[in-house]
Ligand binder design. Sequence first.
Ligand SMILES: [Zn+2]
Ligand SMILES: [Zn+2]
Length: 252
Amino acid sequence: MKTQQLKQLLENETLASQLLTYITQHQLPTSADGCILYGQPKLRIYLNKQNWMVIRVLWTLAHQKVTQHAIWHVCNHLNCTNLEHLYTIDDAPPELFWKHVDRQTDDQCWPWLAGVDREGYGKSAYPGINSRRANIIAWQLANGQAVPDQMVVRHLCHNPRCCNPAHLAIGSSKDNSQDSVRSNRVAFGERHGRAKLTEKSVIAIYEDYHSGRLTQRQLAEKHQMRWETIRAIVNKTTWRRTTQGLNDSHIS
Ligand SMILES: [Zn+2]
Ligand SMILES: [Zn+2]
């Protein structure tokens, strides 16, 4: 529908009320999900030698302005005429986005529940936001502004799926690559069973084993570590500086 045609609708009260009356007569009763479906096969009305699109007529009259943007449905009913279910890029409800996020308490991660991209980031489309990464959309919705130029949205929790605004911060792309180096290092340490080890626990493992109190398997279980990690300690393959000089006469 042309802008001129819609302006005419805003200026001509008779035309507007004729169209509204026609639409109201063909609306079905509100369904359980709040939709007001249109009871005609076509969502168009022919009046004054012009085609009027039902949904655009309703939107224009309700907002008293003309929009060039597409009109979308929050619900999945393309013939729904409930004004609260209609939106454009300018007034899309944030709930459209947040319904795909598992919103936990403030200090927990809020995982994105729908698809993720190759790098594990949530993938989403939200009208008016020019990004497909869910964390970027989450930041923008929570802060009510676009991400400034040259800035990126960082995950303070290193969880690419997370959309908790409290875990998101903007920074330069340099900050971001430092984040990922740091988080890789942590993950690497954990994978190798080193992260939880302290000098104190290494000495305890060494002595428990070499005094015959516990086997390597039992030690692995007790410290929740891989057996290989324990074996490397008691054989002085790793942590040699720490275990140097300790008694290693294994009794059993
Ligand atoms: Zn609806
Ligand atoms: Zn998080």
